[in-house]
Structure formats: C-alpha cells, structure tokens
Design a protein. Structure first.
Lengths: 247, 247
DNA sequence: ATCGAAGGACGGAGGATCAAACCTTTTCTT
DNA sequence: AAGAAAAGGTTTGATCCTCCGTCCTTCGAT
C-alpha cells in the first residue's frame, strides 16, 4: 500500500473553500492610494487640511518616499489633493473635492458581503464602546451628534457627520484595528450609499437611532447598544436590497 | 497671503492616526504561507489531508506556481507538510504536526487588539447565523457539538472541534469574508490559548455556552445569540487578562 | 512497457520598491 | 539683503518579488 493512499484514508472533513481563495496582495502603492483616498472621501481628512510632510509621512507609513510620491501623484491627478512648494508648502486636500465616481461592478456584486462585514465591525464597536467609552470620548460624540441634528437637509454634510460618529465610536472603543476596519467598511458603504435618495425624514429617524445608541453607550449597556446598532444598520440594508441586483 | 496659509485656516478636526499607520503589504509568498499554515494549525486541513495539485492550487489562489512552491517549501521545511512524487503523489499535511512555536512578542503585545477583533467577528457571525442558518448547516453544527462533548479530557482535540464550530457558524452565516476573518482571528487566538491550562471543568462550562449559543441560533434569536457569544468570549478574555502583560 | 499526473528545478523578463542623492521653490530668520 | 531652512520635485541604480515558460524526474495505472 503506497504512502499516498495510506495518508488519504485519514478522516478528513472538507476544508472551507476560503482556505484556497485567491490571495489578494495589494501593492504598497495601491494600498496607500486607497488609505489616503478613502480618508479624504470620508471627510476624515477635511478639504484644506494639510498632510504631513512627505519625508515624515513615508516613514510613518513604512514605505519609501518614491512610493508615497506615486500615490500622491495619483491623488493629485484625480483632483483629491494638490501640492505647493517651498517652505511652508505641503500637500493639501482639495476644496472642492472632485465628484465621486459611480460604484464599480465589483462593489455592486459584493454589496451583501460588505454589509455583513459592516454588521460585524459596527456590532463589535458598539459593544466595546459601551464597555470603555470615557466621558471625554462621550463628549466628543455628543458634539458630532449635534452636528448631525443640524444637517437633515444636506445629505452630503449629514453623511460626513454620520461617518465621524461611527468612526468616533470606534475610537472610543479604543481599538486601532477596529478604527481601521471601520474606515474601510465605511469607504465601501459610501460608494453604495451615494446614489440613493435620502429624504430628511429618513435622516431624522436615523438620528433617533443614533441618539438611542449613544444613550445605551453612555449607560454602558452593551447589549442594548448592539441591538440599536443592528436595527440602525438594517435600515440601510433594506433600502439597498430594494435597489441593487441580488436584493 | 500665501495659498498655503489660506488653506490651513480651514476648520479641520484631527484625523484618526490610523489613517497614517504603516501600510503592511504582505508579499504573495508570505500571505500564502500564512493562509495554508493557519489552516493546518487550526485543523481545517487535517493531518493526512491532501492539498490540491500545485498546478491547480496556484490558479485557485491566483499566484504563479513558483510562488506557491516557495510557500510549500517553507511549510515542508517547518514540518507541516510533505510531498510525494509520481502519479498519485501530491502534497500532504504531516502527521503528527510539529510542535507549535511559542507566541511571538508581536502577538503578546497586541493580544487585546486581537480579542477585540475576535469579538467583532464572532458577534457578527452569531447574529447573521441566527438569521440565516438553514437546517443542513444546523445539522453539521450539531455534529461538531457532539464531538465537542466527547473531548473534555483532551484539550488539543477539544480546541480543534471548537474551531470547527466557530468556523462552521461563519459558514452558516453565508459570508465568505467572515469565514476568512474567522480563520484569521482563530489563528491568532490559538497562539495565545495554546499555553494556558484548560481543565475539563472549564471546557465543560464552555460547552454549556456552546449549547445555548446553538439553541439561540436555531431559534433565530439573533440578539440572544449575540449575548451568549459575548459571554462566551469574555471567559477566555478574563483568563488571558490574568496571565498576560498589560492585563 | 508506456502513458499520464504529479512534484522538482531553472532562467529570464518585468515590475515594484527602496535608498540616496541632488535640484527648485518659497518663506523665515538674522 | 543674505542665507538658512523646509518643503515638494527629480534622477539613478540596485534589489527583490513575481510571473511565465520549459524541461526533468518520479511512479502508479493501464
């Protein structure tokens, strides 16, 4: 009996096919464009804001300056940033921003997966924030909340504040990884959400959920925070299900 | 007034520092070793199991055959895998597996972040599985559960079944991304858990939680599933907090 | 005895990334 | 007014990763 056959007879359940799924190794250049571009599109880097100097930024991001410059060149050509030379110069976020491009087929095909991932990140953040948010963080969240109340008529501004609230929750949760995961998933969601109508009434009811969420977080009631968050997310998911293929 | 100064006066909240965090671009080689190695360490690829043929696997994983071979060579040298030539040959998971290496400083330094990430993934999986698990998936989970009941005396076997249960939940949730996230996070957890004593009583109470979790999933009670899962995870987290630095 | 399917090995081409300079512009300081 | 300083812009070469194609070797099945 050959060795191969002997081995094969061992009890083996089928491995998840995810094990052999494609390894998607993004290049440093691509990842950098994505990171900075997403931060800009989400408004985490506001129009007019100045990026750190190239020589500092490339060390912070762990890449060579030439690689960073490739990324900045791409973002310059797409109109997201511009640079000025000389002492006191630097790279700045453009104002106004170029119009967002329509969601790629790729994003449309995977929108359910994106929503699932968002659910995980947001639930985890809600629970951890309820456990750990300190008064300082809660105060910051309240400020964002008040901005949110005043932007019911302007969806772009509302969405920006909404992102700040969710990312702020992740920061309050105190996990750098979850902050990164949150920005990534919000970036993917933005591509989907941008082309959907959001009348003030919808934003208003969304804000009611935001308030209940913050209340639960403030009281440290993790499970209630999770519940409110889940309902909050289901709102957008239902809308998307009605409009996108495969809904 | 120079352009730079004019721009800088715009209102800018501080961006999350995660935006400028290092870009960690793993090479295809590293990612492949990690993927396959983790699957083996988690028992998703059981000892004696045969990997797909190189020429097939490299297309599935989207890499060149030479790159895949580098990864397989590394796994061969570390003793996780061996290859036999000739027709009917192939690459097989070693039996027995080499001893696990102790957790790296890197893992020890970030164990809290890992636990936070796990919380997010597991909560999301619990909720989605409760929403979506079909009878077939539930049956498979029951089988794993019964294995789990019989391995209270053998931690290695218990841990293996435990992983299958959690990954199985992710599969039942129907999200490929969450399956991948689950395997990644379980891989990181395994490094931490391996060196902690787990007397049968602990495993037994852990199983009680597993049973309650499955019951909630079966009834489609997402929030109860989330609650039980959160408690379940807190168990290990408390133990780790007592033993590791920064607890 | 032959064929086919598997792992094993090699070599060159292309591209991404890094590193270390040096140049140009602008502003601040003296 | 002169020069130092701080920023982006440019160039060049080396290195490493990855891909692709080709060929070799082994060995079970027919």
């Amino acid at each position: 009996m050959p060795a191969a056959e002997r081995r094969r007879s061992a009890g083996t359940l089928a491995p998840p096919e995810a094990v052999f799924a494609p390894v998607r190794s993004q290049t440093a250049f691509e990842e950098t464009v994505e990171r900075l571009g997403t931060a800009i599109k989400l408004g985490l880097l506001a129009p007019g804001a100045r990026l750190p100097a190239e020589r500092e930024l490339c060390t912070r991001m762990g890449i060579a300056r030439s690689t960073l410059r490739q990324a900045l060149t791409a973002l310059t050509q797409s109109g997201h940033v511009f640079a000025t030379r000389g002492r006191g110069g630097g790279t700045f976020v453009s104002d106004p921003q170029p119009p967002a491009d329509p969601p790629s087929e790729h994003v449309l095909a995977e929108w359910r997966e994106v929503c699932d991932q968002r659910l995980a990140v947001e639930l985890g953040v809600a629970v951890l924030a309820a456990d750990r948010a300190d008064p300082r963080a809660l105060g910051a969240l309240d400020e964002v909340m008040s901005v949110l109340e005043g932007t019911l008529e302007d969806f772009a501004a509302y969405r920006q504040a909404d992102i700040r609230l969710h990312v702020g929750l992740a920061e309050a949760a105190g996990s750098a990884r979850l902050v990164r995961a949150m920005t990534e998933v919000q970036g993917a969601m933005t591509d989907l959400i941008a082309y959907i109508a959001h009348p003030p009434e919808v934003l208003s009811s969304s804000n009611a959920q935001h308030r209940r969420l913050l209340a639960a977080v403030r009281e440290g009631d993790a499970m209630r925070a999770a519940k409110v968050m889940a309902e909050h997310l289901q709102g957008t998911e239902h809308v998307l299900a009605g409009l996108l293929p495969g809904g």
